[in-house]
Design a protein around this ligand. Structure first.
Ligand SMILES: O=C(O)CCC(=O)C(=O)O
Ligand SMILES: [Fe+2]
Length: 295
């Protein structure tokens, strides 16, 4: 395969899912509304200048990164609740399992949570990142037999080109086992205009590309949606002040991890009961159990 499949906003979630399941990655041209792109750029790009560069070949010594994006821009909420992205992620990640409780044989499935939020700006002279699978943080094994850990989006805040470090992707590599080594010769650079998105699975080999330009900054924004039975890679509970989380709609609060979901993952004790942590946010104006509204 020499190109990633390109879809647009006029395609359905089912079409996005079908390409993701087949290729492990898909480009959605014109993913962001122009106002959202403008808002993300004006909130994030000036702040990126203050970030230090990475200290190792993986983070990139000419690459600036910034996390905790929900504390820096409210527009990230529009991205994560985008119907094409969120519905595709839910479909892929919330695969049920069968279990017993006493006489009760029942199906249960994981919810989804935001595992990472990061702006990534690759500067001129940056070499390519090593090809990797992001689900390695969970020690995920392959083949996955259809159980994926992560569905990730990489948004172009600047144009992504083969020259400026557009994300390298190996289509079909989500099906490889853990023995096969990913080769640079198999990787395709993601070329897309600002406002477009690459959606890819945690099991797909990819990497930040080499920036061969003299003066172009390649700025991307990545969000990972992960199965909620896994630990979030970015520690949202410490990264985000509670008052900031409380200021978002309940759907975002739950996606950020202030939720115990159907499987009671992440409960907190309130009044002697294993309770849904969302109650701590609702109680912010009244008695707050075990949390301070400020950091
Ligand atoms: O910046 C990119 O294009 C990809 C970065 C990446 O894959 C990572 O940091 O894990
Ligand atoms: Fe990665």
């Amino acid at each position: 395969m020499t190109e990633l499949t390109r879809l647009s906003r006029s395609n359905s979630v089912e079409e996005v899912i079908a390409v993701l399941e087949r290729d492990g990655g898909v480009i959605i041209d014109g993913f962001l509304a122009p106002e959202t792109l403008a808002g993300l750029k004006s909130d994030l790009i000036p702040r990126m200048q203050g970030q230090s560069t990475g200290r190792d070949p993986f983070s990139g010594d000419k690459t600036r990164r910034m996390g905790a994006l929900f504390a820096h821009t409210r527009h990230v909420a529009e991205v994560v609740t985008d119907p094409l992205y969120l519905a595709a992620a839910r479909h892929i990640l919330s695969k049920p399992v069968l279990t017993w409780a006493g006489d009760n044989r029942y199906e249960t499935s994981p919810d989804v949570r935001i595992g990472v939020t990061q702006a990534i700006q690759i500067g001129p002279g940056q070499g390519a990142q090593p090809l990797h699978r992001d689900d390695t943080v969970f020690l995920w094994r392959h083949p996955t037999y259809g159980r994926e850990a992560r569905v990730q989006v990489m948004l172009a805040l600047s144009d992504f080109t083969a020259e400026n470090g557009g994300t390298l992707v190996i289509p079909g590599s989500h099906r490889w086992d853990d023995e096969r080594q990913p080769l640079t010769s198999e990787a395709i650079p993601t070329e897309m205009t600002a406002g477009s998105a690459l959606i890819f699975l945690g099991s797909t080999y990819h990497a930040g590309g080499q920036n061969r330009t003299q003066d172009e900054l390649r700025t991307g924004l990545t969000i990972a949606l992960d199965a909620a039975n896994l630990r979030q890679e970015e520690n949202m509970y410490l990264a985000l002040p509670t008052a900031v989380v409380a200021s978002y709609p309940e759907e975002i609060q739950r996606l950020l991890g202030w939720s115990a979901g159907a499987n009671n993952m992440g409960w907190v004790e309130i009044d002697g009961q294993m309770a849904d942590p969302i109650r701590l946010l609702r109680d912010l104006d009244g008695p707050v159990v075990g949390l301070s509204a400020s950091r």
